[in-house]
Design a protein around this ligand. Structure first.
Ligand code: TRP
Length: 333
């Protein structure tokens, strides 16, 4: 256990988890669960910037239930809610004191999100978001961080920040490596196959929600963008058809030969129906498990309490070391 690399990843409890999150993140995490010492976190403090209290509570449970339903085993992996382990916020403050403003000003995600708002309306939490993310990762001395391409810059900042702290204060943090799209599929939006399926895009038509009922899934695939042709040509598929084929290939686990025999030359209407049905059957057991977990919120909260309990000693040890190195006076007693 001790010598296995440490993995840390997290998802925000906002928006709607979708097929892209499952095939690009959750499923690969589950498949490699036995290789690592894992921390999977519901990063509720990161989602604090913009939602109703009741919705945040619900979404936090929902994301945790989806982790479990997708196959995260809470005995094997540490499943935790970020705000349950107070060291995340504590370390974020400390790291913020070592983060040059310029580093954060250069974050493209911040630039994108803040462009639409005046500085009077942007919380500083949005600005220092990557510092909290660095704290999440460094607290557990994670070696590997599986994330999407969109998080590469935040990971780079985490690495730079860890190195800077180590240099200025003394060797403290492990420098984590990003693990980007090594295993999973990259699922594109059904209505715009040039962009990744997004949980925050306004248009729901682009994403298949993990909790969508079968009819909604069928309707969304029916309206999916395809090419100008009318039948599948695997070698020359445009982005829309290629996306549907990729979803099919990933969900069925079939190889190219099988893909050809199943779908080459098939009309687009049939293709969409076939991919919809495969998706529905893959999601069904996940939806059932998720529903069972959410029907017993106390039971779910217990699992999360155990996860936090497991995470705390490591978080406290790192934070203790940081406090000592910085000369923060220990509380007597
Ligand atoms: N910022 C990540 C996202 O939006 C979520 C996240 C927060 C995260 N803390 C993390 C991911 C630590 C990996 C590791 O996707």
């Amino acid at each position: 256990m001790a010598d296995r690399p440490v993995v840390f990843s997290g998802m925000q409890p906002d928006g709607e988890l979708h097929l892209g999150n499952l095939l690009g993140a959750l499923r690969p995490w589950v498949e490699e669960q036995h290789l690592y010492h894992n921390y999977f976190c519901v990063v509720d403090l990161h989602a604090l910037t913009r939602q109703e209290p009741q919705r945040l509570t619900e979404k936090t449970r929902e994301v945790a239930a989806l982790y479990l339903a997708a196959g995260i085993d809470p005995q094997r992996s540490t499943l935790l809610v970020q705000s349950h382990v107070k060291e995340h916020a504590e370390l974020a403050w400390v790291l913020g004191c070592f983060t040059p403003m310029g580093w954060l000003e250069r974050m493209t995600q911040f630039k994108d999100r803040s462009r639409k708002l005046s500085s009077e309306r942007i919380g500083t939490g949005l600005f220092s978001y990557p510092v909290l993310m660095a704290a999440d990762i460094l607290l557990y001395r994670a070696n590997l961080v599986p994330v999407g391409e969109d998080q590469r810059q935040h990971l780079e900042l985490t690495r730079n920040l860890a190195a800077r702290f180590n240099r200025l204060v003394g060797e403290t943090f492990v420098i984590p490596e990003p693990k980007i799209g090594a295993l999973g599929a990259r699922v594109m939006a059904l209505d715009d196959p040039q962009s990744k399926m997004s949980k925050s895009a306004d248009s729901e038509a682009g994403r298949v929600g993990l909790l969508d009922p079968p009819d909604r899934i069928r309707a969304k695939f029916r309206r999916a963008t395809t090419d100008s042709g009318s039948a599948v040509d695997i070698e020359n598929a445009g982005p829309g058809v290629a996306n549907l084929l990729e979803i099919y290939r990933t969900l069925t686990g079939c190889d190219l030969a099988q893909l050809r025999s199943d779908l080459e030359g098939v009309g687009y209407g049939r293709l969409k129906e076939t991919v919809a049905e495969v998706t529905i059957s893959a999601l069904l057991p996940i939806q059932e498990r998720c529903r069972d977990l959410l029907a017993d919120p106390r039971g779910l909260d217990q699992i999360l309490a155990q996860g936090a309990e497991r995470a705390r000693p490591t978080a406290a040890a790192t934070m203790g070391e940081v406090r000592e190195k910085l000369g923060l006076l220990p509380a007597a007693g």
